[in-house]
Design a protein around this ligand. Structure first.
Ligand SMILES: [Zn+2]
Length: 121
């Protein structure tokens, strides 16, 4: 067999990949133009949303957005803690609370299928 198989972890790790995962941020949408990467519908202006960002080298990170209400538990677990979220401190107190509650709720009671979009006034 002449197949070359790279052993796991053979990928070169560069400094900016420290931690190995994306960058996460929360904010109130500043425009109504982005689509949610989970449900595919447009994220309306001023709706709370999560950005999953990837940084390539020295470039400015680019984000894929999703409604905060569309964020999966898996993603929440991946983020780990609300402190990892950029922009959290800039949110209204009630929105910060909603975000923190979401982290506190992962792994507990099954989440209700709520699809109400909250305004972040
Ligand atoms: Zn969505």
């Amino acid at each position: 067999m002449a197949t070359i198989t790279l052993p796991p972890g053979a990928r070169t790790r560069t400094q900016e990949q420290r931690g190995g995962e994306g960058i996460f941020c929360v904010e109130c949408a500043r425009s109504g133009r982005n689509k949610c990467s989970e449900c595919g519908t447009t994220i309306a202006n001023r709706v709370l949303r999560l950005g999953v960002g990837y940084q390539h080298g020295e470039q400015v990170p680019s984000y894929r957005w999703q409604h905060w209400t569309c964020v999966k538990d898996r993603t929440i677990s991946q983020i780990g803690s609300p402190e990892k979220l950029r922009g959290l401190a800039a949110l209204e107190k009630k929105d910060q609370d909603a975000v923190r509650q979401r982290f506190a709720g992962v792994g507990k009671a099954p989440r209700k299928k709520v699809h109400t979009l909250r305004d972040c006034s």
